[in-house]
Design a binder for this molecule. Structure first.
Ligand SMILES: [Zn+2]
Length: 449
């Protein structure tokens, strides 16, 4: 299979630690209220310099319409060879609760064989995976490469999607490696082939001209918060499964399942607390709509008065499985909320963000090459997984380049606890996935255009 490629990747792991330590030390949270914009700029420049050094040309920062910077670069294909887009992002989630971190979030720290730090997996671990794969191949790069490293993925401000709309040809490639996910478990090579979309709304309930003294008026006075609670409760059946009038609730998942005990442990479900809904865990996660109340505006406990509230509102999020149109889902959710109002309470529903779900076609040359690479690097075939979250860029790329194969992979496996305190990466995953990537580029080139 390889002329020492695996050995070269293994020999680059010291370098990978050094790179990841430098990159994690830059707190590139793309929110100016939390970190100065210079931090993101610094991370972008670090990324640009690193990819220029591995031989990409014309590496540059471009400003995207949300004011963040994406790093672009490329290397033209050898004659007749395909081109592969390599995607990742350099911005990170905020550390959240500093006190919950065992070691400082912006200082890469090794513990029990894992490397801890904010962004160590999501997505700076994938930046380093790309760098390691390209370094291992050196000048022997058999495909054309386009690079895009996004600067505001975690903020949902859509910078790169807007840039793509303005520069429709710039990210085009035969295969797109969207490296912002990971394996089903350490050691199990996995492509994520299904992503849920979403449809959010804000629902406001009004019942009174103003708040009333609960002693003088409570009882007959219609309570806006009580009305909102009834409305929100109507979104679930007796088992806690999502029930939205007009939306199917019985989809089933056909890829790798998700063991219930494993799910309980990954999600940290407390002992004795049941899971909600029915069907398999994978059905509920990846094949059916799922509602969550993200926030409620009403009086907080501290500072509340003896009053019947006149108004209450909630932000409601619906995760939408592949095959369901988020526009249709948002309209169904809106109609359901309005129809569920008790006592003639006045209900207004404002639509918010929407994102399309995504399903990859897995029968092309790129998936075949990836499966071969997985067998060589891990000694087992490629598995397919769904993911509950959305990657809006994925849907935008799929719509823009319907002929291109899209592969979601990377180093973010469940133990990485991405977005949570004590995020970490398994260095073995960086090593093996970098090898998968390097082998993939070779096998894909060999398959021809
Ligand atoms: Zn990410």
């Amino acid at each position: 299979m390889d002329d020492g490629l695996a050995g070269r990747v293994a020999g680059l792991m010291g370098r990978a630690w050094g790179d990841l330590a430098e990159l994690v030390a830059i707190p590139s949270v793309a929110d100016p209220r939390q970190q100065p914009v210079e931090r993101c700029r610094e991370a972008a420049e670090w990324v640009a310099a690193a990819f220029a050094e591995v031989g990409l040309r014309d590496v540059r920062l471009v400003e995207t319409p949300d004011g963040s910077f994406a790093v672009l670069g490329h290397r033209p294909p050898p004659p007749g060879a395909p081109t592969v887009l390599l995607y990742c992002h350099y911005d990170v989630q905020p550390p959240l609760d500093d006190a919950a971190w065992v070691s400082p979030p912006f200082e890469l720290t090794e513990r029990e064989g894992r490397w801890f730090g904010r962004g160590a997996a999501d997505c700076k671990g994938n930046v380093v995976m790309h760098l390691t794969a390209l370094r291992a191949l050196g000048d022997d790069l058999p495909v054309g490469v386009k690079l895009v490293v996004e600067g505001s993925e975690e903020q949902g401000t859509g910078g790169l999607e807007a840039y793509l709309a303005e520069h429709p040809d710039e990210l085009h490639a035969d295969a797109l490696l969207i490296c912002d996910t990971g394996n089903a478990a350490v050691g199990v090579p996995t492509a994520t082939v299904s992503l849920r979309g979403m449809a959010n709304v804000v629902v406001t309930v009004r019942t009174l001209e103003s708040d009333l003294h609960s002693g003088m008026f409570g009882g007959p006075a219609p309570d806006a918060l009580a009305a909102l609670i009834r409305i929100l409760d109507s979104l679930r059946d007796a088992h806690g499964g999502t029930r939205i009038e007009g939306l199917p609730a019985d989809g089933s998942w056909e890829g790798v399942g998700y063991d219930e005990q494993q799910f309980r442990s990954d999600a940290g479900v407390l002992d004795g607390v049941g899971l909600t809904g029915s069907g398999t865990v994978a059905d509920r996660l990846w094949a059916r709509p799922a509602v969550t109340v993200l926030g409620i505006d009403c009086a907080p406990v501290v500072g509340s008065a003896s009053a019947v509230p006149a108004e209450a509102r909630a932000r409601v999020s619906l995760r939408v499985p592949p095959g369901m149109d988020p526009e249709v889902a948002q309209r169904a959710l809106t109609a359901h909320l309005v129809a569920a109002a008790p006592w003639g309470a006045r209900v207004a529903v404002e639509p918010e963000a929407k994102g399309s779900p995504f399903r990859a076609a897995t029968d092309g040359k790129a998936y075949a090459a990836l499966d071969l690479a997985a067998r060589e690097a891990y000694g087992r075939p490629l598995s397919f997984l769904g993911q509950g979250g959305s990657i809006p860029l994925c849907s935008a790329l799929a719509a823009q380049y319907p002929e291109s194969e899209i592969i979601l992979m990377g180093v973010e496996e469940p133990r990485s606890l991405i977005h949570a305190p004590n995020e970490s990466v398994d260095p073995g995953e960086i090593e093996h996935m970098a090898l998968v990537e390097a082998l993939f580029l070779r096998h894909y080139a060999a398959a021809g255009r």
